[in-house]
Design a protein around this ligand. Structure first.
Ligand code: MG
Length: 385
């Protein structure tokens, strides 16, 4: 029996993780759940999964939940609670499903506490990849990716040494605006952006899919997770989203990982690794499938991708700055305060103004994150006046 803690249990990945746990009651147990503020969903999860303890990051929401639950379940609260939460000896593996940069410090704390990690949050790696990977080495723990592309690469590399690896093909569905005319991108609606053709996910990542920033974040994520150089990664638009990524070895052999577009598949593998468990899901019907398509991404249409390439070439604090400016811009887009094409413009402006620190420690990264948020906010206010 593996005891699992879920950081961010009320979001899309969190809910899917619980549905995997429910399918294998003799293999996995949800011993700890954390949420930001959605105590309504969390209460239902507590009732169903009976965790040993929970954490609510928002203090007010935590207080409300305490009144409802009484002493039945231990409740941690606040950022401090979230850090204490991962110290519990009963946890075997932490699933990191908190979205955005808020996941970074709790992730580092869980690694320091020697917990194996199933990682869905990509922003933390983008911000502080080298620090995270060094600490994971030191703690002798595994970081198993949950993101479907990284899970695909991870699966293709089983039993293979990194030295044999030549190219990683990072596939992208292209998001909801792949076939949009460039001229109409400026006025594209929030609803249209949130309507992803292949994946049902949280709002932040769905907007990132539409700008292709999601692929840019994954590009950086792959560099750190697999310890590879930016020259070894090629982004490939693949609208059917059935090949979740591929690797090419030095002898020209290419391995691809295919499965249905269902996040429960990579989540399950991250929990059961290195085992595979039968889940009753259908595979792919190749008789019905007529073709698989591939193309090169159009970076003039989706400039976020080229900004991420730049951050990947320069590294240092630039990826954290890019990520923070993007988080602010996406939030403002979702609040209908800026248009879709303003997102890359804001990110680019903030990146241009940053003086990069090439050898940052954690505090430099957190400072760069704060600075970039302020800069992005300033640009947005300037635009609207
Ligand atoms: Mg992905």
């Amino acid at each position: 029996m593996k005891n699992i803690a879920i950081f961010g249990s009320t979001g899309s990945i969190g809910k899917n993780t619980l549905s995997v746990i429910k399918r294998f009651p003799d293999k996995f147990r949800a011993v700890a759940l954390s949420a930001n503020s959605d105590i309504k969903t969390l209460s239902l999860q507590i009732e169903q999964f009976k965790p040993l303890f929970v954490c609510v990051r928002d203090e007010k929401a935590a207080f409300k939940l305490k009144k409802v639950l009484g002493r039945k379940t231990k409740i941690y609260s606040g950022q401090k609670g979230l850090l204490e939460f991962s110290q519990d000896k009963r946890i075997d593996q932490c699933v990191f499903a908190i979205s955005g940069s808020a996941g970074l410090v709790p992730l580092l704390t869980a690694i320091k506490n020697k917990k194996d990690i199933a990682l869905a949050n990509k922003e933390a790696l983008v911000m502080a990849g080298p620090i995270i990977m060094r600490m994971a080495d030191k703690s002798k723990i595994k970081i198993i990716p949950v993101d479907s592309e990284q899970s695909a690469i991870w699966q293709c590399l089983q039993g293979e040494g990194r030295a044999r690896l030549k190219i990683v093909y990072l596939t992208a569905s292209g998001g909801p605006l792949l076939y949009e005319k460039k001229s109409s991108l400026k006025r594209v609606s929030i609803l249209r952006v949130l309507n992803h053709p292949r994946w049902k996910m949280g709002k932040k990542i769905t907007v990132d899919s539409a700008t292709l920033m999601n692929k840019g974040l994954e590009f950086l994520e792959a560099m750190f997770l697999f310890n590879i150089n930016h020259r070894m990664i090629k982004v490939l638009i693949h609208p059917e989203a059935l090949i979740h990524s591929m690797v090419e070895f030095m002898d020209g052999v290419i391995l691809a990982q295919l499965s249905r577009t269902d996040m429960r598949i990579p989540i399950q593998y991250a929990l059961s690794y290195p085992e595979r468990l039968a889940n009753g899901f259908a595979g792919i019907d190749f008789y019905k499938l007529k073709s698989l398509n591939f193309s090169k991404p159009d970076i003039s249409m989706f400039p976020c991708l080229s900004l991420a390439y730049q951050a990947a070439r320069e590294l240092g604090t630039l990826p954290a700055v890019m990520n923070a400016a993007n988080e602010v811009a996406v939030e403002e887009f979702l609040n209908a305060r800026i248009g879709f094409t303003a997102i890359p413009k804001i990110v680019e402006k903030v990146m241009l103004r940053h003086s990069n620190n090439l050898n940052p420690v954690l505090v430099d990264i957190l400072d760069a994150d704060t600075w970039a948020r302020q800069e992005a906010g300033r640009f947005i206010r300037k635009r609207s006046t």
